[in-house]
Design a protein. Sequence first.
Length: 264
Amino acid sequence: MASENRVSRAIYSSERDNTVLQKLSFFKREKTSRQYRNEWKYRCNNQELGLLEARLNSILSTDKHSGASGGYSVRSLYFDDYVNTSANQNQAGIPDRFKWRVRYYGGGTSKHMHLEFKRKRDGRGIKKSCKITEEEFQHVLNGEPEKVLWNTDEALLRRFCYEIMTRDFRPKVIIDYDRIAYTEPIANIRITLDKNISVSYEFNKFLTGDYLKFPLLDANNHILEVKFDNILPGYIRNIIDSYGMQQASFSKYYFGRKKLEGLI
């Protein structure tokens, strides 16, 4: 009888360990992009923004999230660990760095929320994402990641919960803005114009969007981003170059943190 009990316990232990390993197999079935993409950023003023919008409207289509006005709102809740690794990597100019965020897209008939993991390497970026429900988000926000970890099949979400439990990732800043996005699917090009960029610390109001906002840039400053795989077609590059804008490094997350700290 004792021998049978030992065998039964061993079988149960093995099955339990296999379940744990499967749950913690973060990259199993995880969606990944094909490659790192170029990400060029520019600051532009009101006049440049208007001219860019007019010219891009004539040659490109807006993306699937766009409403009747051609744009939509975006808000992101960024997380960082107990030593603020993501913020410190950005400040130090580390070429290989990452960010975790929950992003809410709203506009037209398209409203949904995603967990996103973004990594940058030598100026090129790659993003992995998965859907996250409001219930899962609330568990994360309330410091209950274990309630999500064992009940989701999303590998990326399991990984995020594990990071919260082992590295104490917590919400740090909300970044909010209005976006107009253009796509060229054949060449896999995405161009975004972001304006009214603001920052907030009222994390518990993230889902409703009625949080207090602090402008991150002045009213005449906006951000243009151009993302592409290998080659940017000349007809698009000529439009961007025609305004004499200079490429600039700009992290909404990093500058949002500094804004809340009263440093900018």
